[in-house]
Ligand binder design. Sequence first.
Ligand code: KG4
Ligand code: ZN
Length: 392
Amino acid sequence: MKILGIETSCDETAVCLIEAKGDHGSNFAFSVLGQGLISQAAMHAEFGGVFPNLAKREHAKNLVPLLERALREAGLTAQAENPTIYGSKFETLLAREPELLAQITAFLAKYKKPAIDAIAVTHGPGLEPALWVGVNFAKALSLAWDLPIVAVNHMEGHIMMSLMAHSHTPKYEGMFMTPFEFPLLSLLISGGHTELLLSRAWMQYERLGETRDDAAGEAFDKVARLLGLPYPGGPEISKLAAEAREKHLQFGESLTRPMMSGYDFSFSGLKTAVRRIVESRPEMTMDEKVALAREFEDTVTDVLVEKTIRAVEEFGAGTVVVGGGVSANTNIRKVLQERLASIGGVSLLIPPPALATDNALMIALAGYFRALKGEYIEPANLAAAGNLRLGN
Ligand code: KG4
Ligand code: ZN
């Protein structure tokens, strides 16, 4: 089965075609046939965060070239002999995306229908204007190529990505699902979300807790800004924190670990605490900033790890998966690994940093597993859902 994944929920535009082999029951083997990804992070850096209308425009501009790249890589760009003109049908679908409409019309006239079985597209959660571009693109392709659509929850994509084991080659040949044990505990930490989910069965989720204000990644991004570091702030803070550890620099004041009880999170007070410190010390030296970055990272790490460990113990989790952009954080990985090792008998699955941030491979994977359950959606019923949630 060949699945085309499409991701436009935030500031990455991504397309990925995967092939799923095996008996479709439990022995899965996946390969990436072709892919394309453009990150807009540098563009949004100017605004210190993701600017929704800019994201939308960039997605609309980049989707067709990325699809073309992915299909070419997959060897699926046979020229059309008698080009079908789909133009009129798309006019309503892509009315709000004139540039995308022009590009897709030209693209479809040029190429034969590729051998693809289904389209998987992120319909939420995320920035609604950005999501709509991917959703409408998927609908247009579905209409032109007569392919079924699977609507994917972006957060489930992060979980599926974390469950994969693969060769560290560019196409991850022979990627398969790592054996794991239920209950499965998922810690999802990204720029928009911070959630702890418990799965007692395959693709079923109970939400244990979530952030009441800022997401973990958002806290990294906002604190980075306070320290004069560029967006996205996570990797920047992480670099400084590592430097502080190396030089044994400790910040004089310790930050309060916010909301340590229960499973919900709150990070906005932490950002305010950092702001107060920065504002009260206009003459902060670079060493002090580096030490403060470390103290901040340690605080976020303590909160995330503490709650995860408590949930592992309370629910007897057999496996912990960590997903989302913040899971690229070395310190969080290390501390969580150490704490779980001290409990024993619990496996920890975290994707390599390159696959921890948003991509379309994770969407194609989640789409495949939803397709196996027959969960296709009528294109007419498919809509962007910015606040879509996983579990209840
Ligand atoms: O999952 P993701 O790519 O996009 C969203 O769906 O939000 O996550 C992006 C977030 C950003 O807030 C970024 O600062 C954070 O992940 N991030 C990190 C690291 N790398 C990325 N945070 C902490 N440490 C990192 N190494
Ligand atoms: Zn994400």
